[in-house]
Design a protein around this ligand. Sequence first.
Ligand SMILES: [Zn+2]
Length: 201
Amino acid sequence: MRYLLPLFLLGFFSALFGLTPKDALKELVDGNNRYILDKTLYADHSTSRRSQLLLGQKPFAIVLCCSDSRVIPEVIFDQSTGDLYVVRIAGNVLGAVELESIEFCAKTFGANLIFVLGHESCGAIRAVMNDDAKEIEHIATLMDPAIKEAKSWEAAVKDNVYFVVNQIKNDPRLKKFYDQKKLACSGGFYKIGTGKVELLK
Ligand SMILES: [Zn+2]
């Protein structure tokens, strides 16, 4: 219960003024800590929440993550309906369509953070590493340059996150939001076993 008042105040002020990118990242980290500790008190997917959101949405973060059924951003970060704008694609690669989706949210809804989430045991990464990716050839084309130096499965996942974060940070159509300090981009590595998201600097 001790989480509820600060979270209520955070929700109130962020709805009015928006979060800073740093606050948005802290919100994800705090939510992940609640998830790890089995204290996921915050997430609200209720009827009243849905009714409120009929008026509009103001997600504070955009998450680009894998389609893997074990990697669910709203659960991992203990966030409510309407908090996260999620772009999911196998291997969390960044093509023109994914980037357009991210830009759309940043420009239209004013999210304050773009978070690229790679994960442990990513099948798409392994398929590309093993040169066994004929079912995901377009994804492999996007991923190949990111993971070509990686020496292990985990290193490849992390290299892919760094690569995508770098692409997003250098997107000229988002530059003005970065310059105004209204938006930032960072990434993380999710361990399925522990539930922990390791921040990648
Ligand atoms: Zn994956």
